[in-house]
Design a protein around this ligand. Structure first.
Ligand SMILES: [Mg+2]
Length: 298
């Protein structure tokens, strides 16, 4: 039975039961949730809120690049909407039709203000700042949340997830390490029938991924016995900052990555041959899928 972690004390107190530890991200790693969230929920509302109807085909292309297939995958929505609008303004298709993309000066000020980049943070920032794009941003973010609630549910994990968990179980303590809320994680992992496969479920309430790995696993297991699995550069940074190994779930090729994990990756991890060359090869491939320069600028 998984412990749904609600404070850092529970992570500090966690003691290893097995010889290995595997932290697993949820969205885009266990579930194909990044695709459905961005393509079905974000993009239609981005086009509508920021009045991009005329250039919707380019808005879709740029939004997908920034949020799914670039090094900015998985970053905060407010940072990424600025990046999306800036890249869109310079897109050759948008320039050709002379379309003017909004500048988002208000949102830019919010992101640079140091306020927490959440809906609540935005509301508090708006008590003293009045740029019109802030008001549009509130509506955009709330429409996106409503679309996610309406559309994203009942998802099953990638097929090799469950067998991988079962293969790891005799040797490793498993933990869900995610930036999603606990209540959503518990519901999604229960529906998918994988909640009881993990020892711990750690969502956004108890810290970021680096803090979670630091408190639950760092220093508690032998060297190279801690692994983090995820689909975004932030997952890799959290792993390496805490001395853990990283197994990438490649964006766009998630099921292939899980097949590779189930057929060879987890064995290499348990046998002690994962670190160095093998991990480096997987990371090179992962990074090549998350470029900085968009295809239309090449
Ligand atoms: Mg993820």
């Amino acid at each position: 039975m998984a412990l749904i972690v609600t404070n850092s004390r529970e992570m500090t107190d966690f003691q290893p039961k097995k010889d290995f530890f595997v932290g697993i991200d949820s969205d885009g790693c266990v579930f194909d949730a990044m695709e459905i969230k961005h393509k079905e929920c974000f993009i239609p509302n981005t086009v509508n809120a920021w009045r991009l109807q005329t250039v919707s085909r380019y808005a879709r292309e740029v939004h997908e690049f920034v949020n799914l297939y670039s090094k900015w995958r998985g970053l905060n929505r407010w940072r990424n909407i600025i990046r999306t609008m800036d890249l869109l303004r310079d897109h050759p298709g948008v320039k050709r039709c002379g379309f003017e993309v909004m500048r988002l000066d208000g949102i830019r000020g919010f992101v640079e203000s140091g306020t927490k980049l959440s809906d609540a943070g935005l509301f508090s920032y708006m008590r003293t700042h009045f740029e019109p794009d802030l008001q549009i941003g509130v509506q955009w973010s709330s429409d996106v949340n409503a679309a996610i609630e309406r559309i994203v549910h009942g998802m099953m994990p990638f097929a090799p997830v469950k067998p991988s968990f079962e293969a790891l179980a005799p040797h490793a303590d498993l933990a869900c390490v995610s930036a999603t809320r606990n209540v959503d994680l518990a519901r999604e992992w229960t529906f998918a029938g994988i909640l009881d496969d993990v020892e711990l479920l750690c969502g956004q309430e108890v810290g970021n991924k680096e803090q979670i790995l630091h408190l639950t696993a760092e220093g508690k297991y032998p060297k190279n016995h801690v692994l983090m699995m995820g689909d975004a550069p932030g997952d890799m940074e959290a792993a390496h900052a805490t001395g853990a190994l990283f197994f990438p779930i490649n964006p766009g090729y998630e099921a292939d990555s899980w097949d590779r994990f189930y057929s060879e990756g987890y064995k290499k991890f348990l046998e002690g041959t994962y670190a160095c060359e093998y991990e480096a090869k997987l990371i090179r491939e992962f990074e090549s899928l998350l470029p900085e320069v968009p295809p239309w600028q090449k």
